[in-house]
Design a protein around this ligand. Structure first.
Ligand code: MIG
Length: 723
């Protein structure tokens, strides 16, 4: 049985059975009109053998964008995918699922449409993998909500979807600064050593991360006093220098008598249960753990308020890890695997039995059947984990966000998660997990960004330089030239890998990275303004070219992005490359940025160009009739001087830029407490005319304009801003 409602001009919802309320979307269903007849649909939907199957025949030129955080290119055609939040640290193209479950697709055929499947268990996608022209989607259930978006461009359909999600999370402004991480800076001495190197090299930095080793025996909400004596005063001492410490919080709670979180959780039945209704045991970092039942609202609130211990010590940001949840092993599976090994002791193992045995050990990690072994308490009933798997990390993050809001209602905390699903963007951002120091992963990182944004998750970025494996200086530089534009710009790497801080290579690399990081601070007024407008207006920060340019070629471009309304980026992602081909979809102003100084600019005409790019050059393209706003660099965001800004523009007719700013610290922007400066530049009769209009309180006093027009005209002027 299907029930159909019209949600808005672009969207209808088809409800099959009685789906679980995932709370992925947040819109007013009261006014939605119920439709009595099935409208014509762009794809076939069939209920069959306890599944819902969707199928669609793709035209030769049809492209399929979306699926958020996943492997392969922007166009998902040709691949098999699953949505099942998975801790898989090796992001090769044959994988089907990473940490997020992002069931949103944009089908760009003759008549574009969008599809969101609101269902929290596993969904499989065959997008032209088995048969080139055919797309099949299978939901192994008869309860699901399908949202279909029609009658608009790809951008309009995305914005329509975004409007159903509620307000996105707004990171504090300091979280747009450069951030340094490592598994682990495990003691105060190590953190101090790193910070000294930043100071000596005069490299700006806003945050240093604490990975699992800051805890006592990997117990959440504890700090090892031997490794970090007088933690509270240390946190405050660093904050006075403009540095925030960001501790990690893991999903698994260590089983240990006397450990408060464990004891309270057991007492109140706040942990997931096994089929005997006892707390379910899995093993992760600390050894045996219980998983908080984040789907139970009482448990969610309880865990969220635990962050207070660290907030009271001055902590303003957290990263939530291992919340797919990742399971190293379960006891019974370990036992049967050991039994199997014992049985084969002394045997003459052949190719089958040997690989059978090693496979059994390898598949202890995140075994699919282990996700069937535990239950959540939702509205008084027990629900098997497997059918709601994709809601786990989302609700852990929600727990943190709601807890932090209760603990300190006004403050914006930095918060991001590894696992996620659609809806989580209201509470936090994500990072893209354990990538590798592989050149391919720069491109993969770029390709995920717009798809993640389509799902309402705006604060995002990858482990710059790569998590696993050893980076070289060149890789880190090129990767940083991408991360320069991601809201989260964090260098992170794994245990036992080569050091990859900006000063870990040679002098030349240090100098280049220092310039890139300083350039980041120069770009913060623009990046933050574009990010906050996307938050407030339910927009996106990253877009593929085809959202703005309708020519056929733009829809083919898989290695360039639009960043906010003014910029296009085209980073180098091949080792030893001295440049790259760039498709310029309209005349643009290219800036080969080396430092924050505006040099090496030129107008590039629409077309395909080979652009030479020395290692230290970051290509930044300013779109026609667009403005880029820049500040002077600073050693951290708190010290950015926003009273004097530079505007770099390329104007052939008229450019209007709305520069957003607010305190960057509180939630007052929600009440409209923010400033907008409207900068308008008109080019007429070979002259530029500039007007400024202010709304709200802002700190801007002076603008330095560098304007380029068609036929080589260029002008610089200063403008004092009236208050
Ligand atoms: O299984 O806390 O993705 O960023 O450094 C490894 C240690 C657990 C995985 C995270 C990574 C983090 C690491 N964690």
């Amino acid at each position: 049985m299907v029930k159909i409602v019209r949600v808005n001009n672009h969207c209808i919802r088809l409800r099959y059975g009685k789906p679980i309320d995932t709370e992925s979307l947040e819109y007013d269903i009261q006014n939605a009109e119920e439709l009595q007849t099935l409208p014509s649909l762009p794809l076939e939907i069939e209920e069959k053998e306890n599944t819902i199957k969707l199928s669609y025949i793709m035209g030769e030129a049809t492209k399929v964008l979306g699926l958020g955080e996943n492997v392969r290119g922007m166009n998902k055609r040709g691949g098999l995918y699953e949505s099942f939040c998975t801790d898989d640290p090796i992001h090769t193209p044959d994988k089907k699922s990473l940490y997020g479950a992002h069931n949103f697709l944009l089908v760009a055929g003759d008549t574009p449409f969008g599809l969101f499947i609101d269902y929290p268990g596993k969904i499989t996608y065959d997008i032209g993998h088995t048969v080139h022209d055919e797309m099949y989607i299978t939901i192994n259930d008869v309860h699901a909500d399908l949202y279909i978006f029609q009658h608009g461009t790809l951008k309009e359909l995305t914005l329509s979807f975004r409007s159903l999600m509620g307000n996105s999370y707004a990171a504090p402004k300091w979280a747009f600064g450069y951030q340094q991480s490592r598994w682990s800076y495990g003691t105060k001495e190590e953190v101090d050593k790193i910070l000294r190197a930043f100071e000596v090299n005069e490299i700006p930095c806003d945050a240093v991360y604490l990975d699992i080793d800051y805890m006592e025996d990997f117990k959440d909400f504890t700090v090892d006093q031997h490794k970090f004596p007088k933690f509270e005063s240390y946190v405050r001492e660093l904050k006075n220098k403009g540095i925030r410490l960001i501790p990690i919080i893991d999903a698994g709670v260590k089983i240990e008598q006397g450990y408060e979180v464990y004891e309270e959780g057991v007492k109140n039945q706040f942990f997931c249960l096994n089929n005997q209704q006892e707390p379910f045991v899995a093993a992760v970092w600390p050894g045996k753990v219980h998983f908080p039942d984040f789907l139970n609202p009482l448990a969610r609130r309880w865990f969220g308020l635990k962050y207070k211990v660290l907030v009271d010590m001055g902590i303003e940001g957290f990263w939530n890890d291992m919340n797919e949840p990742s399971i190293f092993y379960t006891e019974d599976r370990m036992q049967s695997t050991i039994d199997m090994a014992k049985q084969s002791e002394g045997e003459n193992l052949n190719i089958h039995s040997f690989f059978g045995l090693t496979h059994a050990f390898q598949s202890l990690f995140n075994h699919p059947d282990d996700y069937k072994k535990f239950y959540h308490q939702m509205e008084g009933t027990l629900i098997n984990h497997k059918s709601v798997h994709n809601l786990y990390g989302y609700n852990m993050t929600r727990s943190a966000a709601e807890g932090l809001k209760e603990i300190d209602p006004d403050r914006r905390f930095l918060l991001f998660s590894r696992a996620s699903t659609i809806g989580q963007g209201r509470y936090a951002g994500i990072w893209t997990g354990d990538n590798y120091s592989w050149w391919e992963h720069i491109l993969l990182n770029l390709q995920m960004m717009p798809a993640i944004n389509q799902c309402g998750i705006l604060y995002t970025g990858g482990d710059t330089g790569g998590f696993s494996g050893d980076a070289n200086g060149q890789l880190l530089v090129r990767w940083s030239q991408l991360s320069l534009f991601t809201p989260l710009f964090r260098n992170h790497s794994a245990l036992n890998t080569r050091a990859q801080e900006p000063f870990a290579f040679d002098e030349k690399i240090t100098r280049i990275l220092k310039n890139i990081i300083k350039l980041r601070y120069t770009l913060i007024p623009y990046l933050y303004s574009e990010y906050m407008k996307a938050v407030i207006q339910h927009g996106v920060f990253f877009m593929p070219l085809c959202f703005e340019y309708e020519d056929d070629f733009s829809s083919e471009v898989e290695d360039q992005l639009l960043v906010g309304e003014s910029l296009m980026i085209a980073p180098v992602y091949r080792e030893n490359a001295k440049g790259r081909y760039v498709y310029v979809p309209e005349d643009m102003l290219m800036w080969k940025a080396v430092t924050e100084k505006i040099e090496k600019t030129e107008i590039v005409e629409k077309g395909i160009h080979y652009i030479e790019l020395a290692l230290e050059e970051t290509p930044i393209f300013i779109r026609k009739n667009s403005l880029l706003i820049l500040s002077k660099p600073a050693m951290n965001v708190d010290n950015l001087d926003l009273s004097e800004l530079t505007v770099l523009g390329y104007v052939s007719d008229e450019a209007v830029y709305v520069y957003f700013d607010d305190d960057g610290v509180t939630r007052n922007y929600v009440k409209g407490d923010y400033a907008e400066v409207v900068i308008r530049v008109v080019y007429e009769h070979n002259q530029f005319a500039v007007t400024i209009e202010n709304k709200g309180n802002h700190t801007l006093r002076k603008l330095h304009l560098i304007l380029m027009g068609p036929d080589g005209s260029r002008e610089e002027r200063e403008l004092l801003i009236d208050q």
